[in-house]
Write a protein of this length. Sequence first.
Length: 325
Amino acid sequence: MKRREFITLLGGAAAAGPFAARAQQPVPVVGFLTNGSPDSHGPMAAAFRRGLAEHGFVEGQNVAIEYRWAEGNNDRLPTLAIDLVHTRAAIIFAGGPPTALAAKAATSTIPIVFTSGEDPVKMGLVASYNRPGGNITGIAVLIDLLGAKRLGLLRELVPASTLIAVLLNPDETSFATQLKDVQDAAHAGGQEIQVLRASTEREIDLAFATAKEVKASAMLVGVNFFYTIRREQIVAQAARAAIPVMYGQREFTAVGGLMSYAANLMDAHHEAGIYAARILQGTRPAYLPVLQVSKLELVINLETAKTLGLTIPPGILAIADEVIE
């Protein structure tokens, strides 16, 4: 072999070496853990992926995502979290308070990014908003403490309402917080309420039967992933009972719910995706402050209002962020 050919071949092999090694490097794995389902939380997963992609991490190209869905059963979360730890995930996203607690219990080393409708400091997830500390940070979403505004909107929509039913899930980690919030709001506004508890499909049906029996003028449905998964059942029961309902998540209005007033969970998951990308790029979660998503949206379904024989007051229409016709 001529010397020039040997040098060319040697140089080619040397040049190929780093590229070959780079090609063999494993793609980082992101664990996506939620107590929702692909149906109820698919759009939120898409928002999370969008945040990742905007910062250079595209699923199927240079990052893999392992999805774990608890399907509304919080008892499954610890096992699913440990399962993600065993996949050697580079980072774990945890959607919702019980999910974040399960992820934190499963690992103290793998970075965790959460979304939470509860105060993450009071929950013990982080040391503070500005300096989370440890291996966890995330997005705090204003969800639970909106009882006064939701009740106020319901009373404006149904001014003759004497009794408003409040449907809450006693198995939800924020049950006590949501209950106190709506009770305080009702007391301050002189509104009589009846709290109905439901944590199963059958109990949801029974709750609506009770609301009709006690002649509730309207209903407020609390926030939790189980209700989101069962949103079509809840909206169907509301239609059957012909009762105006205010929901705590916009996903209900998309399937025929009358009205929702809530934080934008898509924004929260998008921001979580951005945080996950920054951590994959080398930023430590302890140095990423907990972000607070405070944008609130009022969504009204005019078709449902028409079916119920309701006229939406101009004042409510004027402040609506979205009107479904």
